[in-house]
Design a protein around this ligand. Structure first.
Ligand SMILES: [Zn+2]
Length: 370
């Protein structure tokens, strides 16, 4: 078989791109995803979910042992091989589905390329200067309305205020930001805690995965039962035990009331675990640099970060300062417990257990929503 034919038959005959290894099994050549490929997948997801720039991704990849230049990364992001397709000049522009496993879906590949183009043209990072990044995130403690920002042009100073008539809550942007950064510092993960934190989150994911598997099985059993019920109705209709009107009435009722809700539930259970894993890994690493990250990021990233840490926002009271409304993201809660456990070793028993139990439960994983 010539090279062109082999390509047409979806076999990649050249050296595979970064992240893939070619192995020979008997007479056939297989292209498999290697550990670098797994990291590349995470980097792709970081770009899609957090709009990371290519420069940021290069730094992240290097930290994890994948050395590549920004130029190569840019080329890599454009290569449809990663979403399972093969294109080659030998195929005269024709794109075929490859035999190799894709790192990302075609939709994700399109998202990546749209982002890439937008970032090249500077559209993604809006020009809005993050002077009042906490607006709408922090609420007034009295009337619970979100604070807005304004500037006193003469002094070139920014303030946050409550817009409710007669409320008059008002605070300098600088002051509020200081309070916020003090708050962030308690979620900052010490370097030596990064590894334990990753282990804990990994175990949570395993547990979540198991719960997911069990639920899937239960729904599968139910689906089978309903399908059998429908088949029995068909059979009875075929054997003339049921007339047409009765058959149609009951079979459509079963389909609407039982089958469809189950199918919808089943589809919703297909959680993308590798995506979740990327979020936690990223959150843990970010937590080690939280303070700086918030300070150095542009507005969209700051807002994402804020919502990720405090999904329900914060409140401000002049007498108390900043405090959280509702719960904190489970990851950052764990960091606080871990850090406290570490600095207060003498005051109590090891809190690893309580940290773990605090993490349990699928509702605790918040990064998905941001
Ligand atoms: Zn108010």
């Amino acid at each position: 078989m010539g090279m062109k034919e082999r390509l047409r038959n979806s076999y990649w005959t050249f050296k595979p791109p970064l992240g893939y290894t070619s192995i020979k099994q008997g007479n056939t050549q297989h292209i498999i995803i290697n550990p670098q490929g797994e990291l590349l997948r995470k980097a792709f997801l970081l770009k899609i979910n957090f709009q990371q720039s290519n420069a940021q991704l290069v730094v992240w990849l290097r930290k994890h042992g994948v050395k590549l230049s920004e130029k190569l990364l840019t080329q890599t992001l454009r290569n449809p091989f990663y979403c399972g397709l093969i294109s080659s000049s030998l195929l005269d522009g024709e794109v075929v589905k490859g035999q190799h496993e894709a790192l990302i879906t075609e939709t994700q590949f399109e998202q990546l390329n749209t982002l890439q183009k937008a970032q090249e043209h500077g559209h993604v990072h809006a020009k809005e200067v993050p002077t009042v990044p906490l607006k709408h995130h922090v609420r007034c403690h009295r009337c619970t309305k979100p604070l807005t920002g304004y500037v006193v042009k003469k002094k070139a100073l920014w303030y946050y205020k409550c817009n409710t008539k007669g409320c008059r809550l008002n605070i300098g942007a600088h002051q509020l930001h200081n309070l916020y950064q003090v708050m962030l510092s308690q979620y900052t993960l010490a370097q030596h805690l990064i590894a334990p934190m990753k282990t804990i989150t990994a175990s949570v994911f395993q547990q979540l995965n198991q719960e997911g598997v069990q639920e899937r099985k239960a729904v599968e059993t139910e689906l089978l039962r309903v399908q059998q019920k429908l088949e029995r109705m068909q059979e009875r209709y075929a054997n003339e035990e049921l007339d047409r009107a009765t058959y149609e009435k009951y079979s459509s009722k079963t389909a609407v009331d039982e089958l469809q809700p189950l199918q919808a539930r089943y589809a919703g259970l297909a959680t993308n675990l590798s995506n979740l894993e990327t979020y936690t890994d990223y959150a843990v690493e970010m937590a080690a640099n939280l303070y700086i990250m918030w300070e150095k990021s542009d507005l969209p990233i700051r807002q994402k970060l804020q919502n990720m840490i405090h999904p329900n926002g914060l409140a401000f009271a002049p007498e108390i300062g900043l405090y959280r409304t509702g719960r904190t993201n489970v990851i950052f809660d764990t960091i606080t417990s871990l850090s406290n456990a570490n600095s207060n070793k003498k005051t109590g028993p090891n809190t690893a257990k309580s940290v773990k139990s605090g993490l349990v439960g699928p509702t605790g994983i918040e990064p998905v929503t941001c």
